[in-house]
Design a protein around this ligand. Structure first.
Ligand code: DGT
Ligand code: CA
Ligand code: CA
Ligand code: ZN
Length: 579
C-alpha cells in the first residue's frame, strides 16, 4: 500500500466510527491521521523498512495507529480494519460513495429508517420517507435520487489507470527479485492504457530449459507478495491473486521463446485479437498465445518478439494503445497509421494552479520544477473570481499576480511563464472576467465548474457561447466528469468540437487520472475535424507535471501526433496560433 491507500483506510475507519455514533474525538483522530498521511512527503513503506517506530513521528499517529499502519504495510490488511468493517452492514459503506452523502447522513438513514443498502435507500427516497427525516426535505431527497442514478452508471469494479499502474510497477519490481524470471511485463488493458483497469495481467518469461521447480518457485514468490490478500488460483502456468486494495492480478508464465506471441495475445484487446486471427486465417496462418503457425504443416513461424507477430501477418507494428479492434488493422495495411505523440514531445503545460488560488506551490517553485524536468514554459492559470471555494482571484489580485510573474520571468533563462487564467464559464455562457482582464491574458482556459445539470440543449448552447468569446483559447476539461465519482455533463460533443474549430479554440486533454477528459474517442474526432489539442496537467502542486503521461496515454489512444498538440510548440510559435 502507498500513502494514499493508507490514508483511504484511515478515512474509512473514521467514517465507520462516525456512522456508529462513536466518540467524536476518536472519529477525528482517524480523519486527522488520514489527512496527515496523505500530505506526508515520504513513502511510509521506506520508514517501516528502516524503523517502524518512526511512524509515531508523523503528526497525528500514535501507538495504535502505528500498529494498524504497520499491519497494512506488511500484510495488506489488519485485524482491526476487518473487525471494524464487519461491525456495520457493508451496504452502508457503499452509501458513502454517493455524491453528497457523508457519514452523518448514512447514520441518519440507518438509525431512523434502518436502511442498510442502496436498494433500501432508493425505495425510501421513492416512497418520500427520506424527506421526512430531520434536516432533510424534498430537495435533499431528490439529490439522493440523482446521486443514486449517477452511481448506478459507474463500474466500480474498475480502478483508475494511475492506481493500477503503480500497483503493477511495484509488483514487477518485487517479481524481478525471483530466480528464473527472465522477463516480466504487464499486458492487458493496462498496456493498452485504458483509462480504467479491470485487472492487471502480468506475463513472465522463463528459459525453456527451466525445470518445473523453477516455475513452481515463481508461482510461490508471486503468492507471497506482501500486498496479497487472497490467492484465488494457483496452477502450473497461471495464478491469480487479490490485493489489499481489492485489485486482481493475473500471472502467466511462458517460455521465453513464446514471449512475443503471449505478450501480443494477452495485451488484447479481444476484438483486436479476433481481427488479427481472421487476417492470419486468410493467409493460411494460425495465431495464438504460443506463436504464428502455418496451418497446413503446423510449422512455427515466429513467436519470440511481439513485432514479428505483426510481420508474419503482413502488418507494420501497431502500438498497444491503438489495439481496439476498430480500424487500426485496415489503416496499418495501407500504411496509414500516424506516428503518435510522446511525452518527450511536450514543451510546456498550459493549465496549472499555484498558491494564489487552490494550488499548493509557489509560482517560482513550479517554474523551477518544470524547468528542471526539461520543460520550456508554463501558463499560470489560477481560478477566476467566482470560484470562491477554490480561492478564485478578483480582477485586482490577478493584476498583482502578473507583477509577480513579470519579476520571476526576468530571473528565468530559457523558460517562460505565460499569464493565464482558468476562467469559469457562467450559466449564460459568459466568462468570469471583464474584457479589460481577458485581453491582457496570454492563455485563457475556459472551464465549466458550476451548473453541470442543465439540459443537453442548454448545456451545449452555454459551452458554445463561451467558445465563441473572442478571448477564449482552450476549452478545459470539457465534460467535467470524474471517473467513478461524477458523470459527464450532458452535451453534444460533436457540435462543441465544431464550434472549437470555427473559433480557433483548442480543446484540453486533462491529464489528471481522475478526469482524463477529453476522452480518446473525442480526441480522435477533434483531430479529424482539424481542432488542436492541449495536453495539460491541471496541476495543483509543482510535481504534478508527472501527471502529463496520463494525458499522453489518452492522446495516443486518440491517434494524435505531435502536430495535433499545441504544447509541443516552442513558446514563440505557441502565441502565434491565436493571432
Ligand atoms: P480489463 O482487465 O477488463 O481491464 O481488460 P483486459 O483487456 O485486460 O482483459 P482481460 O484481463 O480479461 O484479458 C487480458 C487479455 O487477454 C485481453 O485483452 C485479450 C486476452 N484474452 C482474454 N480472453 C480472451 C479470449 O477469450 N479471446 C481472445 N482472443 N483473447 C482473450
Ligand atoms: Ca486485465
Ligand atoms: Ca485478466
Ligand atoms: Zn478546473
Amino acid at each position: 500500500m502507498d500513502n494514499k491507500q493508507i490514508s483511504q483506510v484511515l478515512q474509512e475507519i473514521g467514517d465507520i466510527l462516525e456512522i456508529k455514533g462513536e466518540n467524536r474525538f476518536r472519529v477525528n483522530a482517524y480523519h486527522n491521521a488520514a489527512r496527515s498521511v496523505l500530505s506526508y512527503p515520504k513513502d511510509l513503506r521506506t520508514i517501516v523498512d528502516r524503523n517502524p517506530k518512526d511512524l509515531e513521528k508523523i503528526p497525528g499517529i500514535g501507538v495504535n495507529m502505528k500498529n494498524l499502519i504497520y499491519s497494512l504495510l506488511t500484510d495488506g490488511t489488519s485485524l482491526e480494519l476487518e473487525r471494524i468493517r464487519e461491525s456495520i452492514p457493508s451496504g452502508l459503506l457503499e452509501m458513502l460513495r454517493l455524491r453528497g452523502v457523508g457519514p452523518k447522513k448514512v447514520k441518519l438513514f440507518y438509525s431512523e429508517l434502518r436502511i442498510t443498502d442502496l436498494k433500501g435507500l432508493k425505495k425510501a427516497a421513492k416512497d418520500g420517507m427520506l424527506a421526512t427525516l430531520p434536516g432533510m426535505g424534498e430537495k435533499s431527497q431528490n439529490e439522493v435520487l440523482e446521486a443514486l442514478d449517477e452511481h448506478s452508471k459507474f463500474d466500480l469494479e474498475r480502478v483508475m489507470i494511475s492506481e493500477a499502474l503503480m500497483e503493477a510497477e511495484h509488483y514487477i519490481e518485487y517479481m524481478k527479485k525471483c530466480k528464473g524470471v527472465k522477463k516480466i511485463e504487464y499486458a492487458g488493458s493496462l498496456r493498452r492504457r485504458k483509462e480504467t483497469i479491470g485487472d492487471v495481467d502480468l506475463l513472465v518469461a522463463v528459459s525453456g530449459k527451466n525445470s518445473k521447480e523453477v516455475v513452481a518457485n515463481i508461482m510461490d514468490h508471486f503468492a507471497k507478495y506482501s500486498e496479497v490478500l487472497k490467492v484465488i488460483a494457483s496452477g502450473d502456468t497461471k495464478s491469480a491473486v487479490i490485493l489489499g486494495s481489492g485489485m486482481q492480478v493475473d500471472l502467466r508464465v511462458v517460455d521465453e521463446d513464446a514471449f512475443g506471441a503471449a505478450l501480443h495475445y494477452f495485451t488484447g484487446s479481444k476484438e483486436h485479437n479476433i481481427k488479427i486471427r481472421d487476417l492470419a486465417k486468410r493467409k493460411g496462418l494460425k495465431v495464438n498465445e504460443y506463436g504464428v503457425f502455418k496451418v497446413k504443416t503446423g510449422e512455427l513461424i515466429t513467436c519470440k518478439e511481439e513485432k514479428t507477430v505483426f510481420k508474419a501477418v503482413g502488418l507494420p507494428y501497431i502500438i498497444p494503445e491503438m489495439r481496439k479492434g476498430q480500424d487500426e488493422i485496415e489503416k496499418a495495411k495501407s500504411k496509414k497509421l500516424p506516428k503518435v505523440v510522446e511525452l518527450s514531445d511536450l514543451k510546456g503545460d498550459l493549465h496549472l494552479h499555484s498558491d494564489w488560488s487552490d494550488g499548493k506551490s509557489k509560482i517560482e517553485d513550479i517554474a523551477k520544477t518544470y524547468q528542471e524536468a526539461g520543460f520550456k514554459y508554463i501558463a499560470m492559470t489560477d481560478h477566476s473570481s467566482t470560484v470562491s471555494v477554490a480561492n478564485g482571484m478578483s480582477s485586482e489580485r490577478i493584476q498583482n499576480q502578473w507583477k509577480e510573474i513579470d519579476k520571476i520571468n526576468k530571473k528565468l533563462k530559457g523558460f517562460k511563464i505565460f499569464k493565464g487564467s482558468e476562467v469559469d464559464i457562467m450559466k449564460d455562457g459568459s466568462l468570469d472576467y471583464d474584457e479589460e482582464i481577458l485581453k491582457q491574458l496570454d492563455i485563457v482556459v475556459i472551464s465549466a465548474h458550476m451548473h453541470p445539470r442543465l439540459s443537453k440543449e442548454a448545456q451545449t448552447k452555454r459551452i458554445i457561447a463561451a467558445i465563441e468569446n473572442p478571448y477564449s483559447k482552450i476549452l478545459g476539461h470539457p465534460s467535467g466528469r470524474l471517473i467513478n465519482k461524477r458523470g459527464p455533463m450532458d452535451m453534444d460533443m460533436s457540435k462543441i468540437i465544431d464550434a472549437c474549430k470555427a473559433n480557433n479554440v483548442a480543446i484540453e486533454i486533462n491529464s489528471n487520472p481522475l478526469r482524463l477528459d477529453l476522452i480518446d474517442v473525442y480526441a480522435r474526432m477533434a483531430k479529424d475535424k482539424g481542432v488542436k489539442i492541449a495536453i495539460n496537467s491541471d496541476g495543483h502542486d509543482a510535481n504534478q507535471y508527472k501527471l502529463l503521461k496520463y494525458g499522453i496515454f489518452v492522446a495516443r489512444r486518440g491517434w494524435l501526433t505531435a502536430k495535433d498538440v499545441i504544447n509541443t510548440l516552442d513558446a514563440e510559435h505557441l502565441s502565434k496560433i491565436w493571432e
